[in-house]
Design a protein around this ligand. Structure first.
Ligand SMILES: Nc1ncnc2c1ncn2[C@@H]1O[C@H](COP(=O)(O)OP(=O)(O)O)[C@@H](O)[C@H]1O
Ligand SMILES: [Mg+2]
Length: 261
C-alpha cells in the first residue's frame, strides 16, 4: 500500500491498480486522483511506471487488480472508441505520429475511433461520410491553427523539426475536444523557450480541460501543476502541492542519482 492523498470527487482516478508484466510487478496498488479542472502531475524517476499508468487508464493494459474511475464510475473494457466517448485523449511518449501520413491526416485521425488500434489501414478505411470528413477536417484545421502548425498541414512528420512534430501530436490529441488530456512527456526533446510556451498553453486549457501530465522536467511540472503525484518503483511515494513534493525527503531520495533536470 503506497502513499495516498484523499480527494473529493476526482474527475479521474486509479484505485489500487496493480499490474505484473513479464513476471515483474510494475505497478503496486497505485491510487491517484485528478481533480476536475486541474493540471495534475505524475512524476518519478525513469522506469517508475508513469507510462504504464497511462496505458492502464487508456485501456492499452489491463490491470491485474484495481480500477480506473471517471466521475466515480468504474470504466472497464476500455476501447479506443469508449475512451473518446468518455472525453479522454492522450499523447504518446515521443511523438507517435504515422510517418506516411501528412500532419493534417495525422491530426484528423485523432477524431477516429480506430486511431489507437495502431492500424493505419483500418483508420484510413474509415466509413466516413463526406459531411463527417468535412467536419473533422474543419476541426483539425482549427486545432492546428491553435497549435501554430497549420502551415505544415501538408508535410509528413519526418520532414518536420522535433518540436513541431510534438505540436502536431498535441493537435491530434485535441481534435476530439477531450475533457481529460493525458500528456506523456510533452516537453521531451524541446528547448527551454518552447517549454515555456508549452507551459503557458497547458495552463490556458484549464479549467475546461483537465490535464494529467507526465513530465521529467521539474521546472515545467512545478510551474504548471496544481497537484503532483510521485511514483517510484511502481508505488506512490508522495503527493501534494508542488511546494510539498519538492521538499519531501522521500521524493528527493527517489531522485538521487537521477538527472531530474
Ligand atoms: N510490456 C512490458 N513488459 C515488461 N516490462 C515492462 C513493460 N512495459 C514497461 N515495463 C517496465 O516497467 C517499468 C515501468 O515502465 P514505464 O511505465 O515505461 O516507466 P516510466 O514511464 O515511468 O519511465 C520499467 O522498468 C519498464 O521496463
Ligand atoms: Mg514513460
Amino acid at each position: 500500500m503506497g502513499y495516498y492523498l484523499p480527494l473529493t470527487h476526482p474527475l479521474l482516478e486509479t484505485v489500487d491498480v496493480s499490474i505484473t508484466l513479464s513476471g515483474l510487478r510494475i505497478l503496486n496498488e497505485v491510487s491517484i486522483g485528478v481533480p476536475r479542472g486541474s493540471v495534475t502531475g505524475l512524476i518519478g524517476p525513469n522506469g517508475a511506471g508513469k507510462t504504464t499508468v497511462f496505458n492502464v487508464i487508456s485501456g492499452f493494459l489491463k490491470p491485474d487488480e484495481g480500477q480506473v474511475r471517471v466521475e466515480g464510475r468504474r470504466i472497464r473494457h476500455v476501447t479506443p472508441h469508449r475512451l473518446t466517448r468518455l472525453g479522454i485523449s492522450r499523447t504518446l511518449q515521443g511523438v507517435g505520429l504515422f510517418p506516411s501520413l501528412t500532419s493534417l491526416e495525422n491530426v484528423m485521425l485523432g477524431a477516429s475511433d480506430q486511431l489507437r488500434s495502431g492500424v493505419v489501414a483500418d483508420a484510413l478505411a474509415m466509413p466516413w461520410t463526406d459531411a463527417r470528413q468535412r467536419r473533422v477536417r474543419d476541426r483539425a484545421v482549427e486545432v492546428m491553427t491553435e497549435m501554430s502548425v497549420l502551415d505544415v498541414a501538408d508535410r509528413r512528420p519526418g520532414e518536420l523539426p522535433y518540436p513541431i512534430q510534438k505540436r502536431v501530436a498535441l493537435a491530434r490529441a485535441l481534435v476530439s475536444d477531450p475533457k481529460i488530456l493525458l500528456l506523456d512527456e510533452p516537453a521531451g526533446g524541446i528547448s527551454a523557450g518552447d517549454m515555456a510556451d508549452l507551459g503557458a498553453l497547458i495552463k490556458s486549457w484549464a479549467p475546461e480541460r483537465t490535464v494529467l501530465l507526465v513530465e521529467h522536467h521539474m521546472e515545467l511540472v512545478m510551474d504548471v501543476c496544481d497537484l503532483i503525484w510521485v511514483l517510484d518503483a511502481g508505488s506512490v511515494i508522495s503527493a501534494g502541492t508542488p511546494e510539498h513534493v519538492r521538499s519531501d525527503p522521500a521524493v528527493l531520495a527517489a531522485y538521487l542519482g537521477e538527472d531530474a533536470h
